[in-house]
Design a protein around this ligand. Structure first.
Ligand code: FAD
Length: 297
C-alpha cells in the first residue's frame, strides 16, 4: 500500500512547528518515529494533508535529571531510554518495561512522545507514566501546559492534547527510598503488543507492601489503575489470603474487552498471573501461594 499524497514539512524550531500546526489545523499530523503513523498512512487509515516532521527540533531528545524529577524529551528514542543509566537509576519501572516494546528496530526509531501521544491502551509507557505519577508537558505558541499522566489518557488513541499542541517532555518523579518497581506482560509472541501488562510501583517495608500502585495495559480503553487491588495489598504481608483478595479485586477494577486476541475472562486470568509474578519480583522471594482465587481458571 502507498499513502495518499501529503505535504511534508520539517520545521527547525518549535515556533515553525506551531505555525504549521496553525496553518493546517486538523489536516496535519506530527511525525516523530513514524513507527505507528507510517503504517497508518500506508494503510490509508490516516490521510492527512500534511506531515510535520519534528525530528529536527533541537533538544527534544534529552534525558536528564532536574529538581522535579527525571525528564525525558518527547524525541528520546525508546532504545535510548531502555539503555539510559539515569532511567535505570531514577525510574527503574520504565527501564524494566522498555524491552517489551515491539522489536529493537521499532524501539530504535520509536519515541517517548510518540508512544504517549498515540495512547494505545496496550502500550507499556503510558501505564508506567500513570503508575509513576508522571507529568506530561504540552507546548503551544501560548506557552507550556502540564498534564498529569492520570488525566492525559482519555480513551483509545485519545489524549488530553489540544489542537496546536506538541508533547515536548515527560517528567517522572525520581524513585524514593523503599519503593520498588516491576513490569511484566503476556503476549502471544515476543514483540507483539501484550494481551495484558502490569506496571507495579510499590513501597515495600519489612516484607510487606506498604503502598501499591498497580496499572494494567490491555484491559480497557486507557491504562487502568487497579485501585481496589492496591487497597487490598496496602499495609499487609502478601500471604495467601491477601493475594487472593487482591486478585479477586481485579474483577471489580478491570473491565477487559473480548476481541479476536483474547476473551475478557482470559485477560482477567492473565492479570492475576501477572500480579503473582510482579509481587514475587518486588518482594524478592517466591510467594507463599499463587494469587489465583481457588476455583477460577
Ligand atoms: C510491529 C510493531 C510492534 C509494536 N509493538 C509495540 C509494543 O509492544 N508496545 C508499544 O508501546 N508500542 C509498540 N509499537 C509502536 C511503537 O512503540 C511506536 O514507536 C509508538 O507507538 C509511536 O511512536 P513513534 O515515535 O513511532 O510515533 P509516530 O508513529 O511518529 O506517531 C504516533 C502518533 O503520535 C503523534 N505524535 C508523535 N509525537 C508527538 C508529539 N511529540 N506531540 C504530539 N503528537 C505526537 C503522531 O502525530 C501520531 O498520531 C509497535 C509498532 C510496530 C510497527
Amino acid at each position: 500500500m502507498k499513502p495518499a499524497p501529503f505535504a511534508y514539512h520539517r520545521p527547525a524550531t518549535l515556533e515553525e512547528a506551531f505555525e504549521l500546526l496553525e496553518r493546517y489545523g486538523s489536516d496535519a499530523r506530527i511525525l516523530a518515529g513514524g513507527q505507528s503513523l507510517v503504517p497508518a498512512l500506508n494503510l490509508r487509515l490516516a490521510t492527512p494533508a500534511a506531515l510535520i516532521d519534528i525530528n529536527r527540533l533541537p533538544g527534544l531528545d534529552r534525558i536528564h535529571l532536574a529538581s522535579d524529577g527525571l525528564v525525558m524529551g518527547a524525541l528520546a528514542r525508546q532504545h535510548a531510554v531502555e539503555h539510559s543509566p539515569l532511567v535505570a537509576q531514577h525510574a527503574p519501572l520504565i527501564a524494566h518495561a522498555m524491552p517489551h516494546i515491539g522489536h529493537l528496530a521499532i524501539r530504535t526509531r520509536g519515541t517517548v512522545g510518540g508512544s504517549l501521544a498515540l495512547a494505545d491502551p496496550a502500550a507499556e509507557l503510558p501505564a508506567c507514566a500513570v503508575a509513576l505519577g508522571a507529568t506530561l508537558r504540552a507546548a503551544r505558541r501560548a506557552g507550556v501546559r502540564e498534564i498529569p499522566a492520570a488525566r492525559f489518557f482519555r480513551g483509545i488513541y485519545t489524549t488530553a492534547l489540544e489542537p496546536g499542541e506538541i508533547l515536548t517532555e515527560v517528567v517522572v518523579p525520581a524513585i524514593q527510598p523503599g519503593w520498588r518497581s516491576a513490569f511484566d506482560e503476556l503476549a502471544r509472541r515476543h514483540g507483539d503488543y501484550a494481551l495484558v501488562g502490569l506496571a507495579a510501583h510499590c513501597r515495600v517495608s519489612n516484607g510487606a507492601v506498604a503502598e501499591a500502585r498497580l496499572v494494567l495495559t490491555g484491559v480497557g480503553l486507557t491504562p487502568v489503575r487497579a485501585a481496589r487491588a492496591e487497597a487490598a495489598l496496602a499495609g499487609r504481608r502478601p500471604e495467601a489470603g491477601v493475594l487472593a483478595e487482591a486478585a479477586r479485586a481485579f474483577d471489580t477494577d478491570l473491565d477487559p474487552p473480548s476481541d479476536v486476541h483474547a476473551s475478557a475472562a482470559l485477560r482477567r486470568h492473565l492479570a492475576r498471573v501477572l500480579l503473582g509474578r510482579v509481587l514475587t519480583r518486588l518482594l524478592g522471594s517466591p510467594l507463599t501461594s499463587s494469587p489465583l482465587p481457588t476455583g477460577e481458571s
